[in-house]
Design a protein around this ligand. Structure first.
Ligand code: NAD
Ligand code: AHE
Ligand code: ZN
Length: 369
């Protein structure tokens, strides 16, 4: 079949809207009509050539929602008409990682996913007879896409696509980092670095978990109002401080934070986030994705003296199990999504969504098909 898609033909170039060819689902795969997709900073990072796994030409996008239109041989867990959220972290429930119950990092298809192909080693997308690569196993910047059955979460049908798509990455990552990874306890002091589409979800997760102080850190002053809207109690713009941010945060938290979260992808900020943790027990969670080649550093003494440095992907969520629950949280009013979707765009205007993100003018842009 033919489908309209925004194709990344080359790094650092705007996406081009073209009609691509899409092969139907093979055994164990499903065809999904994408109804809406968010634009996450990770899409921009890959488009800008910072991703060591970035391949071109490819169809980016990993934060979608849509409807199953066709199923391949042997598919049993979903059927045509089901509403689904694509999962860049699948859940096969059979691999060593899934069975361990210690991680959400399913390994069933990770190797081929990182190479931009389906589990059989080939792409379903092509343009003018040449393959176009998949992205994070999702490629939601296409009106139709093919995914392995283990990489879709079936969700309730009354959830609006243009909001629930955000659960496909940003909401689950931010809220999940708090509840699944850090397991923030009531009364904790929390510091969140980077108040964008992920950081604001960390804030709403921390508020939900009963955190006491929730300190937001951002170099963009306009983010203060956003943070306060979701439960932030204090705001720090490091550019406006006369001294170093770490001692400032340690003083604000009476010795250091119980939990800090990096939602910037900046390795200098990651170090600050660790060092702002309380001696003896503070835990810093890396969410941000750093550019290829970047490394983190600190004095080992920071860890010897009891700080913990950890990371999280997709908020530690087991997609097929947890995503439908997060959709329920949204539908029942336990978490907010609507105010964070600042821009809703047509596919033709998708590049504007990237511009708004780089200019710090959006929280989340969503493309509707
Ligand atoms: P975003 O662009 O919406 O937000 C980033 C925010 O960080 C902005 O408000 C920006 O002003 C702020 N910022 C930038 N540099 C800063 C600095 N030096 N100090 C303080 N604040 C700074 O991006 P997003 O969509 O929220 O994504 C945030 C990061 O999380 C990205 O690196 C993205 O790739 C990553 N991410 C990771 C996962 C995961 O599973 N681990 C999932 C989604 C996104
Ligand atoms: N491809 C990069 C790593 C990118 C990365 O860390 N991705 C996160 C999700 S970001 C979503 O917005 C993730 O899930 N990581 C775990 C995984 O298995 O990819 C690189 O460095 O090569
Ligand atoms: Zn993302």
């Amino acid at each position: 079949m033919k489908t309209r898609a925004a194709v990344a033909f080359e790094a650092k170039k705007p996406l081009e809207i073209v009609e691509v060819d899409l092969e139907g689902p093979k055994a164990g795969e499903v065809l999904v009509e994408i109804k809406a997709t968010g634009i996450c900073h990770t899409d921009a990072y890959t488009l800008d050539g910072f991703d060591s796994e970035g391949i071109f030409p490819s169809i980016l996008g990993h934060e979608g929602a849509g409807i199953i239109r066709e199923i391949g041989a042997g598919v049993t867990s979903v059927k045509p008409g089901d509403h689904v959220i694509p999962l860049y972290t699948p859940e096969c429930r059979q691999c060593k990682s899934c069975l361990s119950q210690k991680t959400n990092l399913c390994t069933a298809i990770r190797a081929t996913q990182g190479k931009g192909v389906m589990p059989d080693g080939t792409s379903r997308f092509s343009y003018k007879g040449k393959p176009i690569y998949h992205y994070m196993g999702c490629s939601t910047f296409s009106n139709f896409t093919v995914l392995p059955e283990i990489a879709v979460a079936k969700i309730r049908e009354d959830a609006p696509f243009d909001k629930s798509c955000y659960i496909g990455c940003g909401v689950t990552t931010g809220v999940g980092a708090v509840v699944n990874t850090a397991k923030v306890t009531p009364g904790s002091n929390v510091v969140v670095f980077g108040l964008g589409g992920i950081g604001l979800n960390v804030i709403q997760g921390a508020k939900m978990a009963g955190a006491d102080k929730i300190i937001g850190v951002d170099i963009n002053d306009s983010k203060e109002e956003w943070g306060r809207r979701f439960g932030m109690t204090d705001f720090v713009n490091p550019k406006k401080l006369t001294g170093d941010i770490v001692p400032h945060l340690v003083t604000l938290t009476d010795g250091g934070a119980d939990y800090t979260f990096d939602c910037t992808g900046n390795t200098t900020v990651m170090r600050q986030a660790l060092e702002a943790c309380h001696r003896g027990w503070g835990t810093s969670i890396i969410i941000g994705v750093a550019e290829a080649g970047k490394e983190i550093a600190t004095r080992p003494f920071q860890l010897v003296t009891g700080r913990n440095w950890r990371g999280t992907a997709f908020g530690g969520a087991r997609g097929r199990t947890d995503v439908p629950k997060i959709v329920d949280w949204y539908m029942n009013g336990k978490i907010q999504i609507d105010p964070m979707i600042t821009h809703t765009l047509k596919l033709e205007d998708i590049n504007k969504g990237f511009d708004l993100m780089h200019e710090g003018k959006s929280i989340r842009s969503v493309v509707v098909f």
